[in-house]
Design a protein around this ligand. Structure first.
Ligand SMILES: CC(C)(COP(=O)(O)OP(=O)(O)OC[C@H]1O[C@@H](n2cnc3c(N)ncnc32)[C@H](O)[C@@H]1OP(=O)(O)O)[C@@H](O)C(=O)NCCC(=O)NCCS
Length: 243
């Protein structure tokens, strides 16, 4: 039996442990150990989660089975990515489930609760960033009608990664609608074409059918404005960090 409760001060230790472990499980196979260590040390730790739990701009809830934390969501009331155009936006910053509990409905329960929490506070749009190669999470978000609206560059340690920005304009419990095509041909580069699964392939196909932008000589350094450009034309990307 899964119970989802808002995180409290006393939950900082299990929250930090679960966040660290699920992040490692999800991303360590695709990233260098030193980059992971750097990111983990900055993001997860009892003090860090203690701060987050008490932050009035964050809503964190944990899924428990008995006394074991098996997943959590983390909503953030910060400024949205410039690609998000919906009204009253709230960010789903993290939604992680312990790998031993994948495919058992924990993610769905957390997603429903996070939508409910956002709706209760009057938010009308939920948005998120998902790594371009995190296909499992993309398939999951697709089930919940998130649509691709943009992309940005996420720095893990010192490595840069492409992140898809997706949002849904309604906090209703709708599921099953397909994601719409991306606005830019993010995934048409040769490097990613070989590995992308059907969901992302469909986006790539729709995108490549649309208008292609000519390659600029240099990407703009304006945060947000530069991100899509850097993903499409990495060679032209000047040094900048979006998040
Ligand atoms: C993405 C994640 C949260 C999904 O949680 P989960 O508990 O495994 O998902 P659920 O069992 O609740 O599944 C919910 C629905 O999504 C679907 N789904 C889940 N994973 C899927 C996948 N890889 N492909 C297709 N559909 C998938 C399920 O089939 C289910 O739909 P159904 O009820 O119609 O069968 C979980 O896999 C996870 O924590 N991954 C690692 C962390 C991560 O990547 N987080 C997102 C970072 S942006």
């Amino acid at each position: 039996m899964i119970e989802i409760r808002p995180a409290e001060i006393s939950d900082a230790i299990p929250l930090a442990e679960l966040g660290r472990r699920t992040f490692l499980e999800t991303f360590s196979k695709d990233n260098r150990a030193e980059e992971m260590d750097l990111y983990l040390s900055r993001t997860f730790g009892t003090d860090k989660q203690l701060e987050e739990v008490q932050d009035p701009n964050r809503r964190i809830a944990i899924a428990w089975t008995g006394t074991t934390a098996v997943g959590f969501y983390h909503l953030f009331l910060g400024p949205p990515d410039p690609a998000v155009k919906g009204t009253k936006p709230i960010e789903l910053l993290r939604l992680y489930v312990d790998s031993r509990w994948h495919g058992k409905g924990v993610g769905a329960a957390l997603m429903e609760k996070s939508l409910e929490a956002g709706r209760r506070e009057g938010f009308a749009t939920m948005w998120l960033g998902v790594w371009e190669r995190n296909f499992r999470a993309q398939a999951f978000y697709r089930k919940y009608s998130f649509a691709v609206v943009g992309a940005h560059v996420f720095t893990l340690g010192t490595d840069k990664h492409g992140t898809i920005i997706a949002s849904r304009d309604s906090m209703r419990r709708t599921r099953g609608k397909p994601m719409v095509a991306p606005l830019e041909p993010y995934f048409t580069r040769r490097r990613t074409r070989r590995t992308i699964p059907p969901v992302t392939k469909a986006w790539a196909r729709s995108a490549s059918a649309g208008r292609r932008r000519p390659s600029p000589t240099r990407c703009s350094t304006t945060p947000g404005g530069a991100s899509a450009c850097c993903l499409s034309h990495p060679a032209n990307c000047s040094e900048h960090d979006i998040r």
